[in-house]
Design a protein around this ligand. Structure first.
Ligand SMILES: *Cc1c(COP(=O)(O)O)cnc(C)c1O
Length: 492
């Protein structure tokens, strides 16, 4: 297996792709083929999460030994996940919620960011890299904490996280600014997530700055979902949940299911697309957006247009107008034509807009897309809680709302998995508001208790003591000042 850049950069091994994060020409690394699931499902149902993960990763990381992959997998998915299944599938009414938030930071980002540091360290060891790896990350809230948690105190690495000061929930912010570890640095920026992501990408592409750091024995890498090392571990839970349904006899072998994903940067749903390409019987990939519905328009019209108002919603981890991983999908559906991708990305950069050709549009038939407003999001949280006593967060609610619309319109009764991407306790203000709990004079930390007693669910460990933790990072900068923040922290 080799990895190619979506904009034409030459092929490299998986270790190199994981270390580099992003290609020098700005492209993203993609596998040159989709390996097939080649063990019968009836045998695979006996694999636990870790065994399945080893099996899948072996197909993609062909330059790693089996021992190396096991080392990464078994260190990542240990008891920092509070459920033995790692990614439990919970049946609520007719639907199946794939709860991806039982890791240390209570969002699905843990699924990949618990393993990425191990993959990266192993890759460096394999290639004899001595430089210190500096992880640069822009976050819409959840990636930041999950990456900090994953990389804190990992020898040979430093991590710098930039988050939109006004664009994350108080709990998300508190999680990040209380992060311990000498090698961590957290900075709020004035601007939104797209500003942060763009500024970070510019730094990756700044040759001069990279050379200066190279002389000081530093090397940048990314923990954002542009890193292939983050995407691949996410393929596993879709296959795992299908096998679980098979085992529970909810489906028959070969029966196809739908997958619904609340989408921001297009990483999570792209992993489901990869699972489908590997042979998992997925009928529709349902892409759910919030009011920043740029992807929804793309799937319905074949036009990507980010020239629109940026909205701050109750699902902040999806408040994104430039979904980076879509570039990988464009590559796959263009027949791996890097000149088409280059052209579209140039247009996105210059005009904020591009239109795909008819052939590519035809390839989008695997997808369905819709969006939910904040009002609809609140309503669905309340309805499901009242009717099924199941509490979900705002992101998951967006997905569920879009799924209900899909079911109404398409009259499709196939079994469906809804990716549940965060604990409701990560967004207590919005969840309380949805449930009609009076919350005006309480802060987010007080709301945790209120929500816990109202819903009769205990506050998850990862945040139960958050208010008492010491603030360690209080840096704030403009989007033009990222470089000086990096220089200051690295002392270059
Ligand atoms: C990151 C995130 C998303 C969006 O996932 P993408 O892979 O960026 O599409 C959705 N929900 C939550 C809670 C998240 O943290």
């Amino acid at each position: 297996m080799i990895y190619k850049g979506t904009r034409g950069e030459k092929s490299i091994t998986s270790s190199e792709a994981i270390i580099k994060g992003i290609a020098e020409d700005g492209g993203l690394y993609v596998p040159n083929e989709f390996p097939k699931i080649d063990i019968p499902f009836s045998n695979l149902i006996n694999y636990d999460y870790k065994q399945l993960c080893v099996y899948i990763l072996k197909k993609y990381l062909t330059d790693f030994t089996e021992e190396e992959i096991k080392y990464c997998v078994y260190n990542a998915y240990d008891n920092k996940f509070i459920k033995d299944e790692i990614a439990p599938l919970v049946k609520v009414g007719e639907e199946f919620f794939l709860e991806l938030y039982h890791g240390p930071t209570l969002a699905f980002k843990d699924m990949a960011l618990s393993i990425l540091p191990y993959l990266l360290k192993t890759a460096c060891r394999k290639l004899g890299i001595q430089d210190e790896i500096v992880i640069l990350t822009a976050t819409s809230g959840d990636t930041g904490k999950a990456a900090l948690q994953g990389f804190a105190n990992v020898e040979g690495t430093k991590i710098i996280v930039f988050f939109p000061e006004e664009g994350v929930s108080s709990i998300q912010k508190a999680q990040m600014i209380t992060q311990q570890g000498e090698n961590t640095h957290v900075v709020g920026i004035y601007g939104n997530f797209d500003d942060a992501q763009r500024a970070v990408k510019e730094i990756f592409n700044d040759k001069e700055f990279n050379n200066i750091l190279k002389d000081k024995k530093y090397m940048f890498s990314s923990a954002n979902s542009i890193n292939i090392g983050r995407l691949l571990p996410q393929v596993v839970y879709y296959i795992y949940s299908y096998l679980f349904m098979l085992k529970q006899e909810e489906i028959r072998e070969g029966e196809s299911i739908n997958v619904v994903v609340p989408t921001g940067n297009f990483g999570n749903i792209l992993a489901a697309y990869y699972a489908k390409k590997m042979g998992l019987p997925i009928n529709k990939l349902i892409c759910a957006s919030n009011e920043n519905n740029v992807l929804c328009d793309f799937f319905n019209e074949g036009i990507y247009n980010k020239n629109r108002e940026f909205k701050v919603t109750s699902s902040p981890s999806m408040d994104i107008l430039i979904s980076s991983n879509l570039e990988r999908l464009l590559y796959h559906i263009s027949g791996e034509d890097e000149s088409i991708v280059r052209d579209l990305m140039r247009k996105l950069n210059n005009e904020g807009k591009y239109v795909i050709n008819e052939n590519m549009k035809n390839e989008l038939k695997d997808f369905y897309s819709g969006f939910a407003s904040d009002k609809e999001t609140y309503k669905i949280i309340k309805d499901v809680f009242e009717y099924d006593k199941y509490l979900m967060d705002t992101h998951t609610a967006v997905a569920y709302k879009v799924y209900r619309d899909y079911k109404n319109v398409m009259k499709d009764n196939k079994k469906t998995i809804i990716a549940s991407t965060a604990s409701p306790f990560k967004f207590p203000r919005d969840v309380c508001k949805a449930l009609g709990i009076d919350n005006n004079d309480l802060d987010d930390f007080q709301l945790l208790d209120k929500l816990s007693s109202f819903a009769n669910v205990s506050i998850p460990n990862g945040i139960s003591d958050i208010q008492d933790r010491k603030v360690i990072h209080n840096n704030l900068c403009k989007k033009e000042e990222l470089k000086s923040q990096i220089e200051k922290f690295l002392k270059v």
